[in-house]
Design a protein. Structure first.
Length: 320
C-alpha cells in the first residue's frame, strides 16, 4: 500500500455545501486532536453528527432554518468519506414546503457529541428526558458507565492528574474525589465535566476508537485554566488511544494548550508520555469558507477579527 493510500485510511473527510453558512472541506486525522474555530463551528459539528448517526429529523430542523427557498429550490449537502466509502446527507426545500433530508450510502462510523452545557445532567439521569438528539449517545454512554457496563475499550486515566469520577447514589449524580462523594452542584461544573469524561474513558463506553468520532463543542467553557490543562490531557489520551477527536472552540488560551501538548504534560507532572503529533486546525469564516491552517503559524485568522475591530475603534490614550 502506498504512503498516500495509507494516509487516506487515517483520515475522515467531510465536505459541506450549505448556502451562506458552510462551504469547504474538513479533513480529520484519526488518532489526533482536530480543532475547529469560527462562529459556525457548532453547526459543522451538528451536521457531522446528523450525517453519521442518521439523525434526519434534526437535520431537517436545521435545513428549514438555514435554507432560503423563496425564489428557488434550495439544497444543502454534507458528505463524509472514510476507507474509500462516501456517505452523503442531502436536504431539499421548496418554497412552500418543509425541508426533506435523506442519506445515500453508509460508512462504518459513529459519533458522540459532548455538549457545552452539562448542568441538565443532574436532573435527567433516571429517566432520560432531554429531547436534544445530539445528546442521545452521550447520555447512553453516561448510563452505561454508571451501570458498570463491561466494554472492550477502556482508556486509563491517572487519578493523580484527574481525581474526579462520576457516581450515582439515590438517583442523584455525585462527584467522587479521593474516596469522598459530593453531590453535584452548579458551582462544580468544571469538576462535573472532567469527572464525566474521565469516567467514560475508564469504563470504556466510548466504543471502538477505529470507528468513533468524539465531538466536543466548547466543552472547556467555564473551566479554570488548571482544569483546561486536565481536559487537554484527557483529549491527548483519547487521541493516543486512536479516537478521532474533534474540538470546536474559540478559546485562544485552550488552543495554545492543545498546540503545546508536551508542555501541558510536564506542567501536570507527567513524564512517561510524549506526544509527537500536533493537532490539525480548520477555521470557518463569516462567509462560510473553511480553510486549514498550521497550528504553528502565527497568522491564524481566527475570529479575533472581532478583537481587531475593538482595537481599531478604541481611542489612543496618551499618558500625561
Amino acid at each position: 500500500m502506498s504512503e498516500t493510500q495509507t494516509k487516506s485510511l487515517d483520515e475522515i473527510k467531510f465536505v459541506f455545501s450549505v448556502p451562506r453558512f458552510l462551504d469547504g472541506e474538513i479533513t480529520l486525522e484519526k488518532g489526533n486532536v482536530n480543532i475547529i474555530m469560527g462562529r459556525k463551528k457548532t453547526l459543522a459539528l451538528t451536521l457531522m453528527y446528523n450525517l453519521i448517526n442518521d439523525e434526519l429529523g434534526s437535520a431537517e430542523y436545521y435545513a428549514n432554518d438555514i435554507l432560503d427557498s423563496r425564489d428557488f429550490k434550495a439544497e444543502m449537502t454534507v458528505s463524509v468519506s472514510s476507507h474509500g466509502v462516501t456517505k452523503t446527507l442531502v436536504c431539499n426545500k421548496l418554497e412552500t414546503e418543509n425541508a426533506v433530508c435523506n442519506t445515500v450510502n453508509d460508512v462504518d462510523l459513529n459519533a458522540i457529541y459532548f455538549p457545552t452545557n452539562v448542568i441538565a445532567l443532574s436532573k435527567i439521569i433516571l429517566p432520560i428526558v432531554f429531547a436534544e438528539a445530539r445528546w442521545e449517545k452521550f447520555l447512553d454512554a453516561v448510563h452505561d458507565a454508571l451501570d458498570n457496563v463491561n466494554t472492550e475499550y477502556p482508556v486509563p486515566v491517572d487519578k493523580n492528574v484527574v481525581p474526579e469520577r462520576l457516581t450515582i447514589e439515590d438517583d442523584v449524580i455525585h462527584i467522587e474525589r479521593s474516596g469522598i462523594k459530593r453531590r453535584y452542584s452548579i458551582e462544580s461544573d468544571s469538576a462535573l465535566k472532567l469527572s464525566i469524561l474521565a469516567t467514560l474513558m475508564e469504563k470504556g463506553v466510548l466504543r471502538d476508537p477505529e470507528q468513533t468520532i468524539l465531538l466536543f463543542d466548547e466543552y472547556e467553557a467555564g473551566m479554570h485554566p488548571r482544569d483546561m490543562l486536565k481536559y487537554a490531557y484527557l483529549l491527548m489520551l483519547l487521541a493516543r488511544a486512536m479516537y478521532t477527536v474533534v474540538v470546536a472552540t474559540d478559546s485562544v488560551d485552550f488552543v495554545t494548550m492543545l498546540t503545546r501538548p508536551n508542555g501541558v504534560l510536564r506542567t501536570l507532572g507527567i513524564s512517561d508520555i510524549k506526544i509527537t503529533r500536533l493537532p490539525t486546525l480548520h477555521v470557518i469564516f463569516e462567509d462560510g469558507r473553511i480553510e486549514e491552517y498550521s497550528v504553528v503559524s502565527s497568522a491564524v485568522p481566527t475570529y479575533t477579527s472581532v478583537y481587531l475591530d475593538v482595537i481599531k475603534k478604541e481611542d489612543v490614550f496618551v499618558e500625561k
